[in-house]
Write a new protein. Structure first.
Length: 508
């Protein structure tokens, strides 16, 4: 049966809302807030390692606890926005995001930073579903909505460029905590402008916000992702198995509860739409394949190739430029050719680029790296923009928050699993490097720790140790890139079949 979205819906035949493009600028700021925060952390990681001395496991938690928490709460927060108002939850969440960023900036221990990142995840869970849901309600014309989604995606990609550049500049002039403080001016502008320009929207008949469902989804998501992370790092243990069983049981309970409730937190019938399910799965697997590599690429540029933070940030710009350019024309390409051709083609391009990164070494010239990152950005821009449009077009407006939350949950869950699985490959390979006698045990925790330890070692021994550590880290990066390439190419094939006959909605 064809899953083509029907173009003519009475609910969509409303007049174009005045000020909708001004309101979109506020949503763009919210996306920038989240994207910048996600990208600056990679650049700051070597400095965090030097200042707070986290273990390798703590370093992974600093990187992925934000995604763990946000993945567990996105569906709940998206549904809450449908109930209490998407404008309200967006502005409250943005204010909290800015305030908690200060707590991140002034963390004094690894445990404190992990806790602050977790709280930031709670605030971040309110932002992304609200932005996409408001786009669904602001833009009733399908082609205008496609353009708005493209701009929304381009802003997220631009944030990935602004983050490293701004973060690199700050890290060269201030302490690592300053990278979190750049959230504050964005938050202030967002709230002040959003109060005046954003319309309020909500589900007119939402039903109660079921706290049992909220707890089940949160416990289930966090427990499952924790189990995957621990199994990848330490192998299957009793604690890991118990966490996995708890998570699966909680998620099964969540699904059963949604199926029996008259007005569920998440309408599971959305997944009967093949286009919706295919787009969500494509997002999850794509981010999984890319995120572990992205988390460690900044460390490679700084600690292996010896680039300064600002230079490392500039080195990653081609990915953002490619994603912005592709995102702005993705919907037009999908209408001219087909959804599955654009999505599958984009994913295949990313897979090939990741495969090319398995050749990286300390002496690799920038043209090779820059070209690969440009292809990654173009492929991701095409894929993510079109899948977001498919997801929004597949649901009625009153469920836009919940549907957007499912999309963002897939994104964040993919990021968490990617860092856990691919990041554990890098960490596991790195820890096994053969070090010369006299090397401190701490040097095996992370490459940043090895660099710090080398400063107290005799020069010849330090040089041998750093060579071995960098070679081992690069080898781990090769394996993670190869695994990511395999995931992306397999996802491209799956998307070709799952998105068959899917079309973007056209204006009546």
């Amino acid at each position: 049966m064809t899953s083509t979205v029907q173009p003519a819906r009475v609910a969509e035949a409303e007049e174009k809302r005045p000020g909708r493009w001004a309101a979109l600028t506020v949503l763009v700021l919210a996306v920038l807030l989240v994207a910048v925060d996600a990208t600056v952390l990679g650049l700051a990681t070597p400095y965090i390692s030097e200042d707070l001395s986290p273990s390798g496991t703590q370093l992974l938690w600093i990187g992925d606890v934000y995604s763990f928490v946000i993945a567990g709460l996105l569906v709940s927060m998206g549904s809450l926005g449908d109930r209490i108002g998407r404008k309200r939850i967006l502005l409250v969440g943005a204010t909290a995001f800015g305030a908690i960023s200060v707590l991140n900036a002034y963390a004094t221990t690894p445990a404190m930073l992990i806790a602050a990142r977790a709280l930031l995840g709670v605030a971040g869970a309110t932002l992304m579903p609200a932005t996409l849901a408001l786009i669904r309600n602001l833009f009733h014309d399908p082609r205008e909505r496609s353009l708005a989604v493209g701009i929304w995606g381009a802003a997220a990609s631009a944030g990935t460029a602004v983050g490293p550049i701004a973060g690199g500049f700050l890290l060269e002039h201030f302490w690592w905590g300053s990278v979190f403080l750049i959230n504050l001016p964005v938050m202030v502008v967002l709230v002040l402008v959003g109060l005046r320009t954003l319309p309020e929207s909500r589900n007119p008949a939402p039903g109660p916000w079921d706290l049992i469902s909220v707890v089940l989804s949160l416990v289930g998501m966090i427990a499952v992702v924790y189990a995957v992370k621990e199994a990848a790092t330490h192998g299957l243990t009793g604690v890991t198995a118990a966490a996995a069983l708890l998570g699966v049981a909680a998620l099964c309970g969540f699904v059963r509860r949604q199926l029996t409730m008259p007005r569920p937190l998440l309408d599971m019938r959305l997944f009967r739409n093949r286009g919706f399910s295919g787009a969500v799965l494509a997002d999850l697997l794509t981010v999984l394949g890319m995120s572990g590599l992205v988390f460690f690429l900044s460390q490679f540029l700084q600690l292996v190739q010896g680039r300064h933070p600002f230079e490392a940030g500039l080195a990653e710009v081609p990915a953002a430029v490619g994603a912005v350019a592709a995102g702005l024309v993705a919907a037009r390409a999908a209408r001219r050719y087909s959804v599955r051709a654009v999505v599958s083609g984009g994913l295949a391009a990313v897979g090939v680029a990741l495969a090319a990164l398995t050749t990286l070494s300390q002496s690799t010239g920038y043209p090779v790296l820059g070209a690969a990152l440009l292809v990654v950005g173009v492929g991701a821009g095409f894929s993510f923009t079109v899948t977001a449009d498919v997801i929004l077009s597949s649901v009625p407006k009153d469920q836009a928050g919940a549907a957007s939350a499912v999309s963002e949950t897939a994104y964040e869950l993919g990021a968490a699993l990617g860092i856990a699985l691919l990041g554990s490959i890098v960490t596991g390979v790195y820890r096994g490097f053969t070090a010369p006698p006299g090397t401190p045990a701490a040097a095996h925790e992370s490459l940043g720790a090895a660099l710090e330890a080398s400063r107290t070692m005799p020069a010849p021994t330090a040089a041998d140790m750093l060579t071995a550590a960098r070679d081992s880290f690069t080898h781990g990066l090769h394996l993670a890139s190869g695994a990511g390439a395999a995931v992306l190419l397999a996802t491209a094939v799956a998307a070709w079949f799952l998105l068959r006959d899917q079309r973007l909605e056209s204006a009546p």
